[in-house]
Ligand binder design. Sequence first.
Ligand SMILES: NC(=O)c1ccc[n+]([C@@H]2O[C@H](COP(=O)([O-])OP(=O)(O)OC[C@H]3O[C@@H](n4cnc5c(N)ncnc54)[C@H](O)[C@@H]3O)[C@@H](O)[C@H]2O)c1
Length: 328
Amino acid sequence: MSSKFHALVTGGAGFIGCNLARHLLSLGHRVRVIDNLSTGFTRNLDEIAGDIEFLEGDLRDTSACDRATTGVEVIFHVAALPSVPRSLADPVGCHENNVTATLNLLESARKSGVRRMVFSASSSAYGDTPTLPKVESMEPLPRSPYAAAKLAGELYTLAYARAGLIEGVALRYFNVFGPRQDPHGPYAAVVPALFSAAVRGVSMGLFGDGLQTRDFTSVENVLAANLLAATLPAEQVNGAMVNVGAGQRTSLLELVDLVSTVTGHEIAVTHRPPREGDVRDSLASLERARAVLGYEPVVPLREGIASLWNWLQAHPEGLLAAEPNRTA
Ligand SMILES: NC(=O)c1ccc[n+]([C@@H]2O[C@H](COP(=O)([O-])OP(=O)(O)OC[C@H]3O[C@@H](n4cnc5c(N)ncnc54)[C@H](O)[C@@H]3O)[C@@H](O)[C@H]2O)c1
């Protein structure tokens, strides 16, 4: 592969996808995005709209997949309906958007002669076992339709890779945060919801006791891992599934303290019943990511939260209109 490639970012109007599209452009790659705007927003791509090719399309539609993959060398398959509670409310919709969509994309990709697909997988595949850190050799034990669907997408990608139909790498992300993550609505992730609560001076509703832990990972780390997965030689990465985290475990209450300290706004916490399908603790082992990708987290939690606060102060529009006290 030449050093510059033609990339397709699925879900490029969403949080991780729009950051990845920007990163690829900044490195000189050619970028096409496909998104159906179900949870993503064209405003996430406003500043780069003139530099990318944007297709509004749905991966459940095979002809949209054919159009999106034509002429592409590398696919970053980021699109998904990424929510545990949403999947419990609509498991079939979750399957169609996360599994059928992935299979459609793989089929189009192999017909179009795409060289490699990097799949955005999820740490939710590990389930709620007490063993930490989560090592890739552990038996997957998904405990929600979302987790099962993400695992299925990962397995399809790796099966296509092993069958020699396309090169494939799966990256299991642990709770990602960063610029342009949506703080709104009942399915918002905890980091943007906390910043939103801090700025608006409203309380934060946490599910459970707040002592549950996560490996909160700056999106910069995810971008770095994607680039490694896309560009390293096939002999090194083809068929691999690796964790992508920061390798650091933080409770929600510690995160509340950190965001309070960084913003200078004390955040009051209220407690709600634990949420169905959630796992208690999570932490990535990074051994395989180091061995296979040479991955190292580039931004640790504290630095990532501080730099997100800087970014949010320059882009406050997304935080202020959020609904109060909806999420954790
Ligand atoms: N954010 C995290 O903490 C996290 C953790 C683990 C894994 N992941 C994975 O990373 C990926 C991106 O997550 P995100 O947080 O950026 O979510 P997001 O909701 O911001 O982005 C997903 C994008 O996919 C698009 N999309 C959904 N269904 C589609 C379809 N059928 N056709 C075309 N586009 C479609 C949405 O409109 C949206 O723009 C997902 O695959 C998710 O499972 C995220």
